[in-house]
Design a protein around this ligand. Structure first.
Ligand code: XMP
Length: 514
């Protein structure tokens, strides 16, 4: 394992990803973790990330110098580089000379572990105020810029390396190569971490954790729960039961994908609860979006827990585990943490125990989203599930502005299927983050179709591009694709006489309409 020590800001996750792209397994640890604890993890190498602080600031995160003396190869980047320089007796000046953004780096040594085979001049991404003016003793300076005399150094005997810039960002043209040189040449690691290893490791870990007990997994139709379930299925087979609640708010074909394709690909034991009627009844007459979400959430938990209880009462070993598709970014963002959290599942069914305690099985907790997709692919899951774009839990229930009923859902399902079909046919699936299709059920406008007046509903297309759904921009889709979608929807979907395009970014708009 390569440990990436996180000094704040957003860089550590990106570094961890880049290390994995180099096919070496990496994990992030907070800089507040005692060095002894880091070393106890037996890391093959350590990377010190950048961070927002100045090494001169009051309370700036530090690091015990023991880390440089343990014989573990260390690579410092930006803030990590400055910390390394200071700890080992180099000079870091609070010059005030800032360097920010794209900078020209001059490699000054022809024989360098990090820069071997890279050009003498290269673009790098800088972001710092302080600058290193003298490298620690025993280090050779391998690069500089117009502003910084010591922009990179290395000590091959001690396996210590550092660069002032951010090799992990795309704008550093040879960044990945430099990082790989550290991993392969500096630390002597081999690029042998693959999704195949992940599967083998996780299968062994799940078997160990679950033993001969049973586990339950809720499937939502999304990528994460599907891949988590497939991994656990591979590990414990019939000891796993999956539950899929069909709330009647899914898009066309999605329930079938889970019921047929997913089961066919994994052989998983699946309990499908057809709860459409129950959900529609609970939603009848409700048009307030918050109320809709609450109702859907409440009904979902009730139905899911009823299904759990039925499984608990079946013949067989104790059901002690709940599988969840938690990803690495969720873990890092909620402050790290290891081990197995217990969650309590409260239910509302009379005459049964007050709460059931499950231990969580989270086989994806070390993985990034694209790695989850790769694992899913390797496990043989259908492309439609592995490459699926995000879809909200409350489903089409929050894509109908106005009251939700079966007729409106069917209409929206048809329009949505056309939009998805055309976007896929145009090869645009990877270019857009997601494209909600919304029915303005409470709006009617006059149109003309086949010589007759119509009084129908508008459909809104909301294609967006985004990195993480926190912010988004509307996607500039080709006009001819938009035209095809519009023509087909107005021709093929009854009661729809207009198709409109949402050209609002987020903020101020949200991605969904409710
Ligand atoms: P908004 O509309 O808030 O959506 O910009 C951001 C992202 O979250 C998804 N979304 C949801 N996902 N339950 C979910 O599981 C929800 O209630 C929900 N509401 C929005 C939305 O599709 C987008 O990806």
């Amino acid at each position: 394992t390569v440990l990436v020590v996180d000094f704040g800001a957003q860089y550590a996750q990106l570094i961890a990803r880049r290390v994995r792209e180099a096919r070496v397994y990496s994990e992030i640890v907070p800089s507040t973790m005692p060095v002894a604890e880091m070393l106890a993890k037996n890391p093959a190498a350590i990377i010190l990330s950048g961070g927002p602080s100045s090494v001169y600031e009051e309370g700036a995160p530090g690091l015990d110098r023991e880390i440089f003396e343990a014989g573990v190869p260390v690579f410092g980047m930006c803030y990590g580089f400055q910390l390394m320089a200071r700890s080992l007796g180099g000079t870091v000046d609070n010059t005030g000379a800032r360097e920010y953004g794209r900078t020209d780096l001059r490699v000054s040594k022809s024989s360098s572990t990090l820069f071997e085979g890279t050009p003498a001049e290269q673009h790098v991404w800088m972001s710092h105020g302080d600058a290193c003016s003298a490298a620690p003793e025993g280090f050779s300076v391998t690069a500089s810029t117009d502003v910084v005399p010591v922009a990179a150094f290395e000590n091959d005997d001690k396996k210590l390396y550092g660069v002032q810039y951010h090799p992990e960002v795309m704008h550093s043209t040879h960044g990945q190569q430099v990082l790989e040189h550290f991993l392969y040449r500096g630390a002597g690691l081999k690029p042998d971490w693959t999704t195949g290893n992940v599967i083998d490791e996780q299968v062994a870990a799940i078997r160990e954790q679950v033993g001969d007990k049973r586990a339950i997994c809720g499937l939502s139709g999304g990528v994460d729960s599907a891949v988590a379930a497939a991994l656990v299925q591979k590990a414990i087979g019939s000891q796993l039961t999956c539950v899929y609640v069909d709330h009647g708010l899914m898009r066309k074909g999605e329930t079938e994908q889970v019921e047929k394709d997913f089961v066919a690909a994994t052989g998983v034991q699946l309990k499908v609860v057809d709860a459409e009627e129950r959900f529609l009844k609970a939603l009848a007459g409700v048009s307030d979006p918050e109320q809709k979400r609450k109702i859907i959430g409440r009904e979902f938990i009730r139905v899911f827990e009823q299904a759990q209880l039925e499984i608990l009462q079946e013949e067989g070993p104790e059901v002690a585990f709940l599988v969840q598709g938690t990803l690495y970014p969720d873990i890092v963002e909620s402050g790290g943490g290891t081990g197995t959290a217990n969650i309590k599942s409260h239910h509302n069914v009379g005459g049964l125990p007050d709460d059931i305690e499950f231990e969580l099985v989270e086989p994806l907790r070390q993985l990034f989203k694209d790695e989850v997709r790769m694992v899913g692919q390797e496990l043989g899951l259908p492309e439609e599930i592995v490459q699926r774009q995000p879809f909200p839990g409350p489903g089409l229930g929050i894509r109908i502005v106005g009251e939700v009923n079966k007729e409106r859902l069917d209409l929206l399902r048809d329009a949505d299927a056309i939009a998805r079909e055309e976007l896929t046919a145009a090869g645009l699936d990877r270019d857009i983050w997601q494209c909600p299709v919304v029915l303005l059920a409470d709006v009617r406008s006059v149109g003309v179709q086949g010589d007759g007046r119509t009084y129908g509903h508008p459909i809104v297309l909301r294609p967006v591009s985004s990195e993480d759904a926190m912010t988004a921009d509307w996607s500039r889709l080709p006009y001819d694709v938009l035209a095809r979608i519009s023509t087909r929807i107005t021709n093929e979907v009854r009661d729809v006489n207009r198709v409109v395009l949402d050209v609002t970014s987020k903020p101020p708009g949200t991605i969904e309409w409710e």
